[in-house]
Design a binder for this molecule. Structure first.
Ligand SMILES: Cc1cc2nc3c(=O)[nH]c(=O)nc-3n(C[C@H](O)[C@H](O)[C@H](O)COP(=O)(O)OP(=O)(O)OC[C@H]3O[C@@H](n4cnc5c(N)ncnc54)[C@H](O)[C@@H]3O)c2cc1C
Length: 383
């Protein structure tokens, strides 16, 4: 359906950080009318469960099997964060907890040392500043670290934000905007004569995280899944993650610390300890033994955390793709765009994904980097 004004009216399906950021970019920054639709309370999916690391180097510089330009997209995403955070804070009157202090990536064993060497190699090739530190130098920078830490990298590319504060700020900015409307429940998507229709909207963005393929479409009184209109959505897979937070007392780290799959993220009087990576786990409840194991691993990295009281434990679902990079862009169905599959980097990539989708919807060239994340790309590798 066409809108009466010259700008489109956009229906966004999914109110996680991706859908909310797309809505923010369109409604608040560019004056486009949007409806944000969610089947649950907004902002409580993976975007609430995340740790808030903005980590281009650790996540994408040297990960095997990732999209060849994911690191570039992640760097672009990181570059947008300071302005995104300060603008959101100015609009809502609340900080989103952006902290640009360099993260530490440490090695406790040979495998981790080898991974860090690969990251350092990529950074060196690209001329990106990073510092290799010995174990003693690491402990001078972050005294909470265990004596077992052999050394590692100080990564100025990698920093952090408070993802829950960000989601809350996005919701407030959108609630305050006359251009944005929220709707609860399934989007009334219909297929009419082979055309996908969301009444009152010209354009649809599916941003329903790991559930994007199963968004429902009504056709002749029957419900079908959206994947029938865009088969690329079938590639979105699920990676469950469990984690916990503990009270930050004496001996707690003040920097983000990464060691293989374990990370520690200081966050407003707490330290988040994460996380598991569990293919196909979509249960949103944590398991006590898994949380205990993470807590032990956190204590091994920073002994001061060993007896810290647990504040909270939780689980979420990362939406993945075969090359661990998001689908961003138009689909083969006219008027349907996708912004989903952000895997471990949805917080980092929210502002850049929103900018790309908004440009594409408004007919502004989003550039060749954006085009590389089309849902119709070929997958070079699987890992
Ligand atoms: C444990 C864990 C730690 C993480 N840590 C980090 C990190 O440190 N840094 C980082 O960058 N990323 C991190 N991530 C990844 C990041 O959280 C995700 O990539 C990101 O949140 C995905 O955002 P999203 O908006 O696509 O999905 P979600 O936040 O899951 O939002 C999707 C929304 O769609 C809604 N929805 C589903 N079906 C429908 C439907 N049919 N109709 C309408 N709405 C629907 C859901 O209810 C939900 O609100 C982590 C993830 C997990 C689980």
């Amino acid at each position: 359906m066409s809108s009466s004004s010259s700008t489109p009216r956009v229906g966004i399906i999914g109110a996680g950080i991706i859908g909310l950021s797309v809505a923010y970019e369109l409604a608040v920054r560019r004056g486009v009318r949007v409806t944000v639709q969610d089947v649950r309370p907004p902002g409580r999916g993976a975007s609430w469960a995340a740790a808030g690391m903005l980590a281009p180097a650790f996540e994408a510089a040297a990960e095997p099997g990732v999209h060849p330009r994911l690191f570039e997209l992640c760097l672009e995403g990181a570059a947008l964060w300071p302005e995104f955070a300060s603008e959101l804070a100015a609009r809502t009157g609340a900080s989103v907890g952006l902290d640009e202090t360099a993260s530490l990536a440490v090695a406790l064993d040979d495998a981790e040392a080898a991974r860090l060497a690969r990251i350092a190699g990529t950074l060196a090739l690209k001329g990106i500043a990073h510092d290799g530190l010995t174990g003693d130098q690491m402990r001078a920078v972050e005294p909470a670290l265990s004596a077992e830490v052999r050394g590692g990298l100080e990564l100025s590319t990698d920093f952090r934000v408070h993802n829950r504060l960000t989601v809350t700020a996005l919701l407030k900015a959108l609630t305050d905007s006359p251009k944005a409307t929220f709707a609860n429940g399934p989007a009334p998507l219909r297929s009419v004569g082979g055309k996908l229709v969301l009444a009152g909207h010209d354009t649809i963005v599916v941003a329903a995280g790991w559930e994007s393929a199963s968004v429902k479409v009504e056709e002749n009184g029957q419900l079908y899944s959206l994947v029938n209109w865009e088969t690329a959505l079938d590639e979105i897979d699920c990676h469950g993650g469990q984690m916990l937070s503990v009270k930050a007392g004496e001996g707690a780290p003040v920097r983000v610390v990464r060691a293989g799959n374990i990370y520690l993220v200081p966050r407003r009087g707490e330290v988040v300890i994460g996380a598991t990576m569990e293919r196909d786990r979509v249960i949103d409840a944590p398991e006590a033994d898994v949380i205990d194991a993470l807590r032990l691993a956190g204590g091994a990295l920073c002994p001061g955390l060993a007896d810290a009281p647990v504040v909270e434990s939780w689980a979420g679902v990362r939406p993945g793709t075969p090359d661990h990079a998001p689908f961003i862009g138009p689909t083969s169905t006219p008027g349907l765009f996708v912004a989903a599959g952000h895997y471990r980097n949805g917080i980092l990539l929210a502002p850049v994904s929103a900018r790309i989708i908004a440009d594409q919807i408004l007919g502004i060239s989003a550039g060749d980097l954006a085009a590389a994340f089309s849902p119709h790309r070929a997958f070079a590798a699987t890992a």
